[in-house]
Design a protein around this ligand. Structure first.
Ligand code: B12
Ligand code: SF4
Length: 432
């Protein structure tokens, strides 16, 4: 039985060929382990006219859906239903996890909630063995992440993706799932509210496998917080020391110390990314970010003193944002001297607190078209208008974003690292 795992193109993403589809590679490995034949149809980078001929016959189609790409995913499902009417089409990923019962998803034969390694096998078995199961499928979280096979990178042409770390092509890797923080702009239902970590040995084994199979020694860790414990970090550092890897990872300011930063550098870390979000304490508190501006500031200094490049992700337009709080964020960037600042517009993604209770946050959701729900408001600062906040309308927020982009360009001309999304990147489009 051939199962086609489909990655949906994301035309609003400046470069949707940056990273390999790690989730689908995990699903593919689980399916293959259970005796299924697997194909990944990677439509990233494809235009509307170009994706259709790439969809070939299979026995079961599985589509990954993000909120901004859900409408394209539905178009793909319609196309499959029209051309291969007998074949089941299922979906999973962050969007169906947040809104599994939504009318929009009625075209799918099954909707999978949450992490998919177990569920996709249950669904595939149900078609293979002709068993009836419920349309919406949810499995318990996998407690022992070491028990799942490594993502099967042979399922895609890895040369197609071009994320770089320290100037060299890198591979994505993830050592943990779940998060116990409660940021009001984030939905944690995909992997749950408990942090589940792989063992250091399992992560090191995957790294060794990648080095020997692909000759790649550069990595990006996608974990929300990389190696939360000191013991774990020491262990990781000792075990990768001789491998000489270079990597980039995410951290939270309140988990850092000068010693920890030095350990990170010694183990090969060169870039440290933080969800800084805002330079205004009032906004950080409204976000329930559970961090202070001071801690964020100190973390940048600690990182830089350990020779790490610091990257901050900032969010524009969270409820309560004013021109004053935006100014505080700009001042924070200037004073902290952070190496790179990236700005995203706040989007009330389904499942997050603001989406569920907009009135509690004093905002009005003005678009229910999920194609508008992309975090980066167009490479010219246009689009992505989803809410009017108490103090700034969607139009005013857009004007502010354009000014921020100008500020980032000026910073860049003074020698700071480029803002990835400020640069209008030209990139190779798959199949175009
Ligand atoms: C790293 C990351 C990125 C990277 C790389 C993504 C990649 N490798 O594909 C970059 C920076 C490029 C990125 C971009 C975007 N991202 Co992102 N990203 C993440 C992050 C931090 C980790 C992703 C990851 O690798 N997870 C690990 C793998 C194993 O999980 P997974 O891919 O979700 O797959 C599992 C399940 O979802 C499920 N599953 C997935 N698909 C399917 C399909 C079927 C049929 C089944 C049964 C199951 C199933 O099973 C998989 C295995 O367990 C997550 C947050 C998180 N902690 O997950 C956000 C997250 C997924 N991103 C998010 C968003 C919004 C985006 C963008 C749409 C942003 C934008 N442009 O507006 C783009 C989409 C890019 C694209 N089309 O590929 C949101 C999605 C929310 C939503 N409701 O859509 C998340 C959840 C962050 C958040 N909390 O807001 N992202
Ligand atoms: S934004 Fe990061 S820290 Fe906050 S709840 Fe989401 S995953 Fe956790």
């Amino acid at each position: 039985m051939l199962i086609d795992l489909i990655r949906v193109p994301d035309p609003n993403c400046i470069d949707d060929l940056l990273d390999e589809p790690l989730g689908l590679l995990y699903l593919g490995a689980s399916l293959k382990n259970n005796g299924y034949e697997v194909r990944i149809t990677n439509l990233a980078g494809c235009s509307f006219e170009n994706w259709k001929p790439k969809i070939k016959e299979a026995d079961l189609y599985s589509i990954q859906l993000y909120t901004p790409t859900v409408n394209i995913g539905i178009e793909i499902a319609k196309f499959i239903k029209a051309n291969f009417p007998q074949k089941p089409v299922i979906c999973g990923g962050a969007h169906p996890t947040a809104l599994p019962d939504s009318e929009d998803l009625s075209i799918f034969d099954n909707v999978v909630i949450g992490e998919g390694e177990k569920s996709i096998v249950i669904v595939a078995d149900s078609y293979r063995n002709n068993n009836r199961i419920s349309r919406i499928v949810k499995s318990n979280f996998i407690e022992d992440l070491d028990s799942i096979p490594f993502p099967d990178r042979n399922l895609v042409d890895m040369d197609m993706f071009h994320r770089k770390v320290d100037g060299k092509r890198c591979f994505g890797i993830i050592g943990s799932r779940g998060c116990y923080y409660k940021c009001a702009f984030c939905d944690r239902s995909l992997f749950g509210e408990k942090l589940r970590a792989r063992s250091v040995d399992s992560v090191v084994e995957e790294i060794k496998h990648i080095i020997s199979r692909y000759n790649i020694g550069h990595f990006e860790f996608f974990d929300d917080i990389f190696l939360a414990g000191k013991k774990q970090l020491n262990d990781f550092g000792n075990k990768v020391k001789d491998l000489g890897i270079i990597y980039r990872c995410n951290s939270r300011a309140d988990t850092l110390s000068p010693e920890r930063c030095r350990m990170l550098y010694d183990s090969g870390c060169r870039t440290l990314c933080f969800g800084m979000e805002s330079g205004s304490q009032r906004i950080l508190d409204a976000m329930k970010k559970n961090i202070t501006v001071k801690k964020n500031f100190e973390a940048i200094k600690m990182g830089q003193e350990a020779k790490l490049i610091t990257i901050g992700y900032f969010m524009l337009g969270f409820p309560g944002e004013t021109k004053q709080t935006i100014q505080e964020t700009i001042e924070f960037i200037k004073e902290s001297d952070i190496d790179q600042a990236q700005f995203y517009t706040f989007i009330p993604l389904p499942g997050c607190e603001v989406y569920k209770y907009p009135e509690k946050f004093g905002v009005q959701i003005i678009s229910h078209d999920f194609s508008d729900y992309y975090l980066i408001a167009g490479d010219d600062g246009k689009g992505g208008k989803t809410i009017n906040t108490q103090y700034l309308t969607a139009d005013e927020l857009q004007e502010e974003l354009i000014k921020i982009r100008q500020f980032l360009k000026e910073r860049e001309s003074k020698g700071y690292l480029q803002d990835y999304y400020v640069q209008k990147l030209r990139y190779k489009k798959a199949g175009d």
